[in-house]
Design a protein around this ligand. Structure first.
Ligand code: ADP
Length: 558
């Protein structure tokens, strides 16, 4: 009797399981949702010739289906990889959904990569077709002979605008759309099917391919839209200045249609005047790396312009100086959302928004908080560990190696044997960070860039952020210079606003007022230009070479 009672209970329990519908998390449901519930939301876009196009989600979805069908008719199959090298424009959004809508994989190509890197990633990912913006043809012409997997090229232009090229098999986007049907049925599949590929920048060794799944992209967009993150809604107009090819385009091409917000695409012209013009088309929230905003703020100041609709600016990719946060908020009434992310995280790791514990602080303390990169969304978990792998307490002071795990975090790089994570799924970010008692994380350095002086770590980021607050400094980088007593000492490499050498002592004393005494830079090297990576970050690798070529020695060694 007892046994039959248990069996009955278990079976009743079993009948409770799995009674909700299956809803595969596929990115095509994002664009379907936008087309059905936000059909007329504006998508404004600037093309390579400066022409402005107005479209909406209904049209975008319709064209995405034509792209999927057109590619299908060209022989593209589920799992094939399509390389896309394009600026932020509406056609890019159409192929962004058309490719995974066919079950194929969208490989984002950064036009700023060196030819060797492009050849490597196109071959490594096995790109079958390349889709390009018109003005990017010369970049691919240089490498195409060494990319044997590429069978065809599609140029994002009309048939009439298609130029003669060295490609043997090329068609215009207009021709592709003409062959496709808007009634194409999205190809179904598993949530965990590959959806897109983005390669890391490869500053050390070859770039590594991060393959996002339909599921990871959908979950990531859901969590990124949340109030404490982007707080994005259908009443917003978002302008992604960060290119769609950089770190999954910060997921904006998924998050915006998921909530039905309008989009303004700025195209390839990222000059401050062009960006300003596009921002004034009703943009309420925008996103890019700090250098873009430094230039825009200079432009606003010198041209005496105001920002009439902008409310929030997401700043990430590298650390955001306090002066940029202050200028946006105090001069233009635009709230800064400082964010940290990585290609491997799809990319959002943390965003700095206020919690009840920080909302009540005074203005200066709030700025201290905003200099941190904030706290993670649901689906991202963080820890910092010491040299022995032991987890460090969250005191906001002690630095450690930053590890991350989550629903949209890499597990394994494309075609690599070993896992990218340890046995507990923790991914070593390569960043060094502190976390405070409220869970606010602060990146202090890349582990390989940290300056080691007398057994202590000096944050190169802190020195750089302090230096750009000096009125003569346009850009600054801090590096460790070998020193016989201290191992390394910090030295600043500076580009000045007027291109001339400025007063070294004044820059050093400006920085020393903002950091601990022993962290004060020992010298300033003035240069015409600081080298950058393909994603616009300071390339410490190239910078060290540049300083070595100058035959620079620490003042104590001269
Ligand atoms: P790429 O180097 O190609 O731009 P990622 O965008 O993936 O590739 O770079 C991620 C790295 O950028 C992080 O590991 C971190 O070092 C740096 N980073 C991103 N956001 C911030 C931030 N807000 N502050 C400091 N560093 C940041």
């Amino acid at each position: 009797m007892g046994a039959s009672f248990i069996t009955k209970e278990v079976s009743r329990e079993r009948n409770m399981d799995n009674l909700m519908q299956d809803f595969p998390l596929r990115v095509t449901s994002i664009i379907d949702h936008a087309a059905k519930y936000h059909p007329d939301r504006k998508i404004i876009s600037k093309d390579t010739k400066g022409k402005i196009t107005n479209t909406n989600y209904k049209e975008i979805c319709r064209n995405s289906k034509k792209v999927a069908d057109g590619l299908h008719k060209l022989g593209v199959k589920k799992g094939d990889v399509i390389g896309v090298m394009a600026w932020n424009n509406h056609s890019h959004l159409e192929v962004w959904y058309g490719i995974p809508g066919l079950g194929a994989v969208n490989h984002n190509l950064n036009p700023r990569l060196f030819s060797e890197q492009l050849i490597y990633i196109i071959n490594h990912a096995n790109d079958k077709i390349l889709i390009l913006d018109l003005d990017l043809i010369p970049i691919i012409e240089k490498v195409i002979d060494e990319c044997p997997t590429v069978e065809k090229l599609i140029i994002l232009c009309s048939k009439a605008d298609l130029p003669s090229t060295k490609f043997s098999d090329v068609i215009s986007y207009e021709e592709l759309l003409a062959t496709g049907s808007e009634n194409f049925q999205w190809v179904s599949g598993d949530e965990t099917d590959a959806c897109g590929i983005c390669y890391t920048s490869g500053t050390t060794g070859n770039p590594k391919g991060v393959v996002y799944t339909h599921r990871s992209n959908t979950l990531h967009a859901l969590t990124q839209a949340a109030p404490d993150m982007l707080n994005l809604s259908s009443t917003d107009t978002i302008m992604p200045v960060v290119p769609l090819f950089h770190a999954n385009g910060w997921s904006i091409a998924y998050t915006a249609p998921l909530v039905g917000s309008s989009i303004v695409f700025p195209g390839g012209d990222l000059s401050p005047s062009s960006l300003y013009n596009m921002l004034e088309r009703g943009v309420t929230i925008t996103a890019a790396v700090p250098t873009v905003w430094l230039l825009l703020l200079n432009f606003l100041q010198s041209e005496e312009k105001e920002l009439s609709t902008l409310k929030r600016v997401v700043i990430g990719g590298s650390s955001c100086p306090r002066s940029v946060i202050e200028d946006f908020q105090n001069k233009y009434g635009v709230r800064v959302l400082h964010a940290w992310g990585m290609t491997e995280l799809s990319p959002l790791g943390t965003i700095c928004s206020f919690k009840p514990e920080t909302e009540s602080l005074n203005e200066s303390e709030k700025l201290d908080i905003q200099e941190t990169t904030g706290h993670p969304p649901f689906g991202v978990d963080l820890k910092i560990v010491d040299d022995n792998g032991k987890e460090i307490d969250w005191d906001g002071i002690t630095q450690g190696d930053l590890y991350c795990k989550g629903a949209a975090v890499v597990k394994k790089y494309l075609k690599m044997e070993e896992l990218a994570v340890d046995g507990d799924n923790w991914f070593n970010t390569g960043d060094v960070a502190t976390i405070d008692k409220n869970g606010y994380m602060r990146i202090t350095d890349r582990s390989k860039d940290v300056i080691k002086s007398g057994g202590e770590w000096i944050s190169s980021i802190d020195l750089e952020n302090a230096a750009v607050g000096h009125s003569d400094v346009a850009e600054a980088a801090a590096i460790g210079i070998p020193h016989p007593k201290w191992d390394e000492r910090p030295v600043l490499v500076v580009v000045t606003n007027d291109g001339k050498n400025a007063d070294k002592d004044s820059i050093i004393s400006h920085v020393s007022e903002r950091v601990a005494k022993w962290q004060k830079p020992d010298d300033v090297i003035f240069v015409d230009e600081i080298p950058h990576t393909a994603t616009g970050k300071i390339s410490k690798l190239e910078l060290r070479k540049l300083v070595a070529n100058l035959d620079y020695k620490h003042p104590d060694l001269r």
